[in-house]
Design a protein around this ligand. Sequence first.
Ligand code: ATP
Length: 300
Amino acid sequence: MDTVLQLDGLTKTYGRRRGLAGLTLDVKQGEIFGYLGPNGAGKSTTIRILLDLIRPTGGTARVLGLDPRTDAVALHRRLGYLAGDFVVDGRQTVRECLAFLGALRGDGAGARIPALAERLDLDLTARIHSLSKGNRQKVGLVQAFMHAPELLILDEPTSGLDPLVQRTFLELVTEARDNGQTVFMSSHIMSEVQAVADRVGILREGRLVALDRVESLRERAVRTVTLTFDGPVDPAEFDLPGVTDLAVDGNVLTCRVAGSPDALVKAAARHTVTGLLSEEPDLEELFLTYYQPEGSGHVA
Ligand SMILES: Nc1ncnc2c1ncn2[C@@H]1O[C@H](COP(=O)(O)OP(=O)(O)OP(=O)(O)O)[C@@H](O)[C@H]1O
């Protein structure tokens, strides 16, 4: 499989401020990569380097096999980009703005505008300056997707979108992946990424602190389990590795389980189980542990 993004030891300092501290990361063709991190972690810095909007202090970045610093023109034709602060001329109508960008991109881009606008519920006749933040974001999404680029680089793409439009956005991303396109999207919200991403990287203070498939993260995350039995049970039987917050109230046992629930299920099976409820692992919680500032106890 082709490597679409190849970052090696990428570093960026802003004077004495650190933007990125030695980022090494590969993204493969046809994957949706969720780039997560709290505010100020360095997500936009990374994306701006990929687009050659800023230059790294050290390390290298290859995008679609090219160097963003020397091949920017060729690259921009092959990728779709949504900036965190998408800005266009406010006096035009949405249709004029998108038609202009579509003509620049060529490749049938203009023809895809009406369908994309309809799916995102974007009014093409409105003037850009009259749009709410969410509607401006939709304009940004249409211009990023309209030429079906090989690579989509999206900085906080769902910011300002209502839940219905967020869902449409996630469909667009999945369709792009099914079409062989690659998606690199940043976010600070796990839940919106876990629905679509194949892999996730978590950035904290300019460093990658986790990099894994969403499925693997899910397996490691903590879930809450409630078991109901046909009679009282002894809590000591359920004092198992990975089981915490164990509470038994008559016939009902609740606990939290990290990783595989196998040992718990086997212990429960020694009794007659009349009810079982297992809540989805809380990935948000797992992520928050990665978000703790350095020195606050968590070791990634
Ligand atoms: N132009 C700049 N001048 C000085 N410091 C900067 C500049 N741009 C970014 N930084 C600093 O670099 C660090 C990373 O910022 P960056 O914008 O890349 O983070 P982010 O993960 O995209 O966060 P956000 O979600 O808030 O945009 C922050 O400490 C920020 O203050």
